[in-house]
Design a binder for this molecule. Structure first.
Ligand code: SAH
Length: 468
């Protein structure tokens, strides 16, 4: 970096332009945008100078250059069309210690004028250090196209709002986050769509929102397929400062999070609790109290075997604001991908969501849970396949009752295997079914789109029953 970019404060400064050529006029045009006083020394003027005639901060001197002209100036430009004269201006400026630019003569320049994108107060300056001016111009054009024309207006209004923002949000980190939000591309277009006079009020309401306490959004991430995220879940993910997530939430879903959101994995698969439930609740409370938007992301629906109850209670006790976004629960997702209607006018008038195991890994009591016309959707049942089979048969269920087991429902690696209640443990073992898997017990399981004909022919087939 042979040239060092800086921005010069021009208020109260004088700039000398020597020469009345067309290119000298171009420099004057740029300088006239600043509050500096522009002193022109020239014996004759190109007609292009006419546009500056009435400008108050431009002062014309129709006479030859004198070395003393450079004294007290912040900058000197020369564009005289006369090599000897240019050199003389350069020498005088150097002697007086005033930075000089002789237009189009790099050897005589102590500084260069960059290609400029002007969205004052936002200014972008581009330089190729004189090596590739065309490249610099192309970069300028690209950036020019990128920046909305009214961005300067927004920047100026934002500047005027700085003190107010400081008063509303005294905390520095929060204030930085507020400005981050204001200048997020989607917010910029939203603000620019407003009339300029309405922008301060919009900033005010954003700042008040930011100043408010943080909150927790308990979000159901669905069964794994990101297309099954709700729009609300999607919005929460894109707003989050922190995302606290479980094992059941896949990377594909985390990809929807705000890029700079912090992600905290808290484990929670069987026997692998990275943080205890109390520690998770404490973490949510601490982050929300620090003013952050905390998304607590859980697989499926947070209220279906999601242990949400415990976290809600802790948040409520701590007085932390909470929103809840439901998700597609595994039973619904697995039923959909397998084409198993969980209820059916013919075969099932009730569906029960049940967990295969209770607190401290105690097995479920299967008595009275299933029967004719009832569907069981069993979560976390894999390790209990034997107990489910025995328990339900002992309760009087037909050993030939259809069972569907859906592993990784809705994900790319989804696998479905089918069994009867009697053969369930064996089928799970034989096919090495792994968690997460959903076990659907009941006549409707045989309506699965790929229910195997062997099972239909030899065992229970509700379609055949319906046809009778
Ligand atoms: N809150 C979640 C359930 C959490 S309990 C929900 O509403 O879906 C975890 C159990 O859910 C797993 O053991 C498994 O039985 C089931 N499960 C979760 N995701 C699943 C998936 N993609 N396919 C099949 N079963 C799933």
């Amino acid at each position: 970096m042979n040239s060092f970019p800086i921005f010069l404060e021009m208020e109260g400064r004088d700039v000398l332009v020597v020469g009345g050529t067309h290119i000298a006029a171009n420099k004057v045009r740029l300088l006239a945008k600043t509050p500096a006083r522009v002193v022109i020394v020239a014996e004759g003027l190109d007609p292009a100078f006419r546009e500056f005639e009435d400008l108050p901060n431009i002062c014309f001197n129709y006479r030859p250059f004198e070395a003393g002209d450079v004294l007290g100036k912040a900058l000197v430009y020369a564009a005289t069309d006369d090599d000897a004269m240019d050199t003389e201006v350069c020498r005088a400026a150097k002697a007086a210690g005033v930075p000089v630019n002789v237009v189009d003569k790099p050897d005589l320049c102590q500084f260069t004028t960059p290609a400029i994108v002007d969205r004052a107060p936002l200014t972008v300056a581009i330089s190729s250090s004189g090596q590739a001016p065309t490249l610099a111009r192309k970069v300028r054009a690209a950036i020019d196209e990128l920046l909305p024309s009214r961005l300067g207006t927004l920047a100026a209004i934002a500047g005027g709002f700085r003190n107010r923002a400081k008063a509303l949000i005294p905390d520095t980190a929060r204030r930085r986050r507020f400005w981050d939000r204001v200048f997020a591309p989607s917010k910029v277009s939203e603000l620019l769509a407003l009339e300029a006079t309405r922008i301060p009020a919009a900033l005010e309401s954003l700042a008040r929102g930011e100043a408010g306490a943080g909150r927790v959004i308990l979000v159901g991430a669905g069964p794994g397929d990101p297309d099954l995220l709700t729009l609300k879940a999607h919005r929460a993910l894109s707003e989050a400062d922190v995302i606290v997530y479980d094992r059941l939430v896949g990377d594909e879903i985390l990809d929807y999070a705000r890029r700079d959101a912090e992600r905290i994995y808290v484990g929670k698969s069987r026997g692998d609790h990275t943080l205890s439930q109390d520690e998770i609740s404490a973490l949510l409370i601490e982050r929300a109290r620090a003013g952050e938007i905390v998304v607590r992301l859980k697989g499926g629906d947070p209220f279906v075997f999601g242990r949400a109850g415990e976290e809600i209670e802790a948040l409520r006790r701590a007085g932390v604001a909470l929103d809840i976004v439901p998700g597609v629960t595994a039973a619904a997702a697995c039923a959909a991908t397998s084409h198993i209607p969980l209820t059916h006018r013919e075969f099932a008038s009730a569906v029960t969501f049940v967990t295969g195991q209770l607190k401290a890994a105690h097995p479920q009591d299967w008595r009275g849970l299933a029967g004719d016309g009832r569907t069981l959707a069993i979560y976390m049942g894999l390790a209990q396949a034997e107990g489910i089979s025995d328990g339900l048969i002992a309760d009087g269920l037909d050993p030939l009752t259809p069972v569907a087991v859906i592993e990784n429902g809705s994900r790319a690696e989804e696998r479905r295997v089918f069994a009867t209640l009697k053969s369930l443990p064996e089928v799970v073992r034989e096919h090495r079914v792994e968690s997460p898997a959903m076990i659907i017990v009941g006549e409707v399981a045989a309506l699965a789109k790929d229910w195997p004909t062997e099972l239909s022919d030899t065992e229970f087939n509700p379609l055949a029953v319906a046809a009778e």
